[in-house]
Design a binder for this molecule. Structure first.
Ligand code: BGC
Length: 755
């Protein structure tokens, strides 16, 4: 060994020690060694004080390092705990249709191959719950899910999804509440009340304008201010202002050139200042790209974090897809604070938002230790009621439905979605239930021994068995189906997609049904014209080839674990269909308003259709949809009468009371959803033909009538005026419309707005 080398070695050793000291020991000493545990009577430990006071007291006891630690997760689904102060980790789970396994990345582990399989109740998809138009039920669903969250020892459910259905190919339309901001807002508020009432934290996602999966980390949604405020933000606003939401999740995409996770206009200016949001913002998993701009914009918690995030970040797929993560780690935040890029006041704001929710939710005082039962009979009842009420009867020529078992002795149940329960779309929302009822199971169970039930798949589900899906076997499957249909009194054809074709992470390829399913419907209907087509998808599908000759059509969406029971109870008339479409069904994709602008060019999606989304487009531009927004039939009939608007002349903030009478004129009990639209024909800027501003679901026995009341405030008449950057209503004559769908307006009355 040469002295020179020895010297350089010892020098190297010395430098290493110095490096270790400055990079590891010094910060660790900073983090762990300065302050003792606060006394047990410290104000922040006192549950009787307000969350605000407790957060303020706790914040002043925290070191800078402890604050910085709180800005990123400690694991895949856990925020960072600070044991010295008793600050717990927030343990999260997806969401929104029940508790999904929280172990591992949604990108690399589907619910099916997660390390430990978590089984919980699978509730109907958001679109199915929206089709119920039943806010009480959605609240009970939120409550049931929250109870399961607690029973499994978690604190936060990553839902509801409130992104608007802008176009029929978004892979996640099934998660959201459809195309209308008012309906989405009402349901979001109901879900949040249910969840927060149990002391569980919801996450209202994805803020904002996450309306396609195509290049979801890079796509830039170009949206004007009015369209944002009237279409894409109201559900978030309602969630914050009326739901009092404790958490909002930012979206992956960019809006007007900036990633949502670092968009100060979205997070600080709109969410915090305009809406008055007091909770904390969590990033979508891997959606951060900077340190100071992100924290300064109003991002409070970056997820995921810790070792799980580090490992995931190195995966090629994570990089390729454009995920960003690891920007709000304590070292980076501290460096930005020390460099003056993040002020301590901003850091305090970020941290106190998280602390406040930890106190408000009660998880500081009463940690969710888990160990209780999930999927209880009560939770199953909610899942079943949701699945049933969400089913929409779209066609029923000649009264084929409900099936009359005194006349029908055999049923052929056909289709790739008949014998398997396709409970939900794919991705982070897909729950593994303890059991699930396929349509065939539900029909067999209900039919009993007096009705013979035969089954034929008819066609393979596209993509499920590519090797076996060859010409010969296709012909054989189709023949089995037509043979079964010929011999039966009625054929029930259950078609649709599944979690491999309709999912998070990619968009649906086409509005058409998967390969061979249109052929199947046509062939079966030829063999037996007494056919009921049942749709099992989250999105609308093209029906042009068979709709004219299909006598009965039901949409059961993805109905969760109870989907087969729900379908059978509707088919046999034990329950009367009451669902209505929360999204317009275009005849062809080419008819939908965003056609030609989706998925966008050069990673820019231009929302040039503006506010003309869904029925706002179809009804204003006279484009006939296959089925309109708000449409759904029943086995009974309802008559509308007696519309009263009081006062009929209003001004200022005076509330307007609207009432009408709905009567069940048929011979079965049933529920009707009465819809209220406002038409503004005089505003100084262009407005849609009408907009939904109220709805009520009413249960009525045969012959029974009920008065339905609505209260309208000034917001019901207002539009977002870009010139003043504010909501405004122009004095003049409005029309109050009451309808059974957006295209079935049955009552109208004028309303004068004086000023
Ligand atoms: C999804 C979120 C989900 C999160 C955690 C993301 O990929 O967009 O909706 O909550 O993963 O699984």
């Amino acid at each position: 060994m040469t002295p020179c080398l020895a010297t350089s070695r010892s020098h190297l050793f010395g430098s290493l020690i110095a490096l270790l000291f400055t990079t590891i020991f010094f910060p660790l000493a900073g983090i762990f060694a300065q302050k003792a545990t606060p006394p047990t009577n410290a104000p922040y430990r006192n549950p009787k004080l307000s969350a605000e006071k407790r957060a303020t007291d706790l914040l002043r006891r925290m070191t800078l390092e402890e604050k910085a630690i709180m800005l990123s997760g400690s694991g895949w689904m856990e925020s960072a705990p600070i044991p010295r102060l008793g600050i717990p980790a927030i343990n999260m789970t997806d969401g929104p249709m029940g508790v999904r396994s929280w172990l591992g990345s949604s990108a690399i582990t589907s619910a099916a191959n997660a390390v430990v399989k978590i089984e919980a109740s699978s509730f109907p998809s958001g679109i199915a719950m929206a089709a119920t138009w039943d806010t009480d039920l959605v609240q009970r669903e939120g409550q049931a899910i929250a109870q399961e969250v607690k029973a499994l020892g978690r604190d936060m459910i990553l839902g509801p999804t409130v992104n608007i259905n802008r176009q029929p190919l978004w892979g996640r339309n099934f998660e959201g509440y459809g195309e209308d901001p008012f309906l989405s807002g009402r349901l979001a508020v109901a879900y949040i009340h249910g969840v927060q009432g149990e002391g569980v934290i919801p996450s209202v996602k994805h803020f904002a304008a996450n309306n396609e999966e195509y290049e979801r980390h890079r796509i830039d949604a170009i949206i004007d201010e009015r369209t944002l405020h009237e279409i894409y933000l109201p559900a978030f606003k309602a969630a914050v202002q009326e739901g009092g939401a404790w958490n909002v999740m930012s979206a992956y995409n960019k809006v007007n050139g900036v990633h949502c996770g670092e968009s100060r206009p979205l997070l600080h200016d709109i969410l915090q200042n305009e809406f008055g949001f007091k909770g904390f913002v969590v990033s979508d998993w891997g959606s951060t790209y900077s340190t100071a701009p992100t924290a300064n914009a109003g991002m409070d918690l970056e997820m995921p974090g810790g070792e799980a995030m580090q490992k995931w970040l190195t995966l090629p797929l994570t990089q390729q897809s454009g995920n960003g993560a690891g920007w709000l780690t304590a070292d980076k935040v501290l460096a930005a604070v020390k460099a003056g890029q993040i002020t301590e006041a901003t850091l305090d704001d970020n941290v106190s938002r998280i602390l406040r929710v930890i106190f408000l939710s009660g998880i500081f005082d009463r940690p969710h230790t888990g160990g209780s039962e999930v999927d209880t009979p009560a939770q199953q009842t909610v899942a079943r009621q949701g699945a049933t009420e969400g089913i929409v009867l779209l066609k029923n020529d000649g009264g084929l439905l409900p099936l009359d078992t005194s006349k029908i002795h055999s049923i052929a149940v056909i289709g790739p979605n008949a014998a398997v329960a396709r409970t939900g779309g794919g991705g982070s929302s897909l729950v593994s239930p303890k059991y699930s009822i396929a349509p065939l199971d539900g029909i067999r169970e209900r039919a009993g021994s007096s009705v013979q039930v035969n089954y034929a798949a008819g066609v393979e589900m596209e993509g499920e068995n590519p090797a076996g899906d060859i010409a010969d076997s296709r012909a054989k499957l189709l023949k089995e189906a037509t043979d079964a249909a010929t011999k039966a009194d009625v054929a029930v054809i259950v078609v649709g997609r599944y979690s491999g074709l309709e999912a998070e992470g990619f968009d649906v390829k086409t509005m058409d049904l998967p390969a061979g399913q249109d052929d199947l419907i046509e062939a079966v209907e030829k063999a037996n014209p007494r056919a009921v087509v049942v749709l099992n998808t989250g999105n609308p599908v093209t029906m042009t080839r068979w709709i004219a000759q299909t006598p009965a059509l039901l949409d059961m969406w993805y109905g969760g674990q109870e989907t087969g029971h729900a379908l059978a109870s509707i088919l046999f008339g034990d329950e009367n269909p009451s669902g209505k479409l929360p999204a317009s069904f275009p005849k062809r994709f080419e008819d939908s308003p965003a056609y030609g602008r989706y998925p966008g060019n050069d990673l820019k999606a231009d929302y040039a259709e503006g506010i003309y989304v869904g029925y706002r487009y179809f009804d204003s531009k006279s484009v006939e949809p296959q089925f309109p927004f708000g449409f759904g039939l029943s086995y009974t009939t309802f008559a509308y009468s007696g519309l009263k608007v009081t006062p009929s002349k209003t001004s200022g903030d005076q509330l307007v009371e609207v009432s009408m009478i709905v009567r069940n004129t048929g011979s079965r009990s049933g529920a009707e959803v009465v819809e209220l639209y406002v038409h503004d024909g005089h505003s100084k800027i262009d407005r849609p033909a009408h907009e939904l501003k109220g709805f009520k679901r009413v249960d009525l026995k045969p012959g029974e009538s009920q008065m339905v009341q609505f209260t309208l405030d000034r917001a019901a008449f207002s539009y977002w005026y870009p010139a003043t950057h504010a909501w405004t209503a122009d004095p003049g004559k409005f029309e109050i419309q009451i309808g059974a769908s957006s295209r079935d307006i049955r009552l109208r009355a004028p309303l004068m707005l004086a000023r």
